[in-house]
Design a protein around this ligand. Sequence first.
Ligand code: GUN
Length: 280
Amino acid sequence: MSNIIDGKEIARKIRAEIKSKIASKKNAPGLAVVIVGNDPASLIYVKNKKAACEEVGIKSFEYNLPENTKEDELLSIIGKLNSDKNIHGILVQLPLPKHMDSQKIISAIGPEKDVDGFNPVNAGRLFSGQPGLRPCTPLGIMELINSTGVTLTGANAVVIGRSNTVGKPIAVMLLEKHATVTICHSKTLDIANIVRRADIVVAALGKPEFIKGDWIKKGAVVIDVGINRLDSKKIAGDVDFAAASKNAAWITPVPGGVGPMTIAMLLKNTLKSYETYTVI
Ligand code: GUN
């Protein structure tokens, strides 16, 4: 049976460290959270992000814009936030309504305030090994893997999913730590046999229990990024947790694995922005 990687507890410790660092600062870091429309899942994410900010002493400023907001209006708000000295991080909750070009919006966020790490400047910095703000979920995944004490150098890491937000950046971060990385996606042939060779599995494809227990190598580390709402209203990950637990040495639960880490890393990125660009 596996050891469970307790993301909730690891995230709690990180929040406590952030809180004590912020307590010693003269001014609170500020995070602007922009949400357009009323997507129920997005509203919950934003509420959780605001509560986490409050817990650690980050001032959050919410911009709740109607669904029919024009792209130019959003760009103008982002422009103002970019030059606002009290704002150190800007987060535009995704997905945006269909009439908006998400790439254009993300590109408008000043790279030094891009606490999501989605701006192409920060993506380029990650890709070329330069310091910058990195996406929160992959940062959280790296913390979870580190917590197991497993060595990444030379390990076979298999990432399932090739999104700009998780799959691609986590693959680069694992590569940076000298893992041999394979990225699988919807057109990959024989995913099962690729996963069977993996010492590290990162499942981020968004299909409930797609990764079967008998695909998991004995002793592997399994990180499940999936949050899939089933018809029964239950939440399932991308991995068949019960079956995978029989083979994995370490596995993250859903919920309580990657999710809390994403928010903890958002707070960490906001503090990083503040520390890097605030003249004290
Ligand atoms: N929507 C779902 N997850 C995220 C996230 O991490 N950041 C943003 N901006 N939007 C999201």
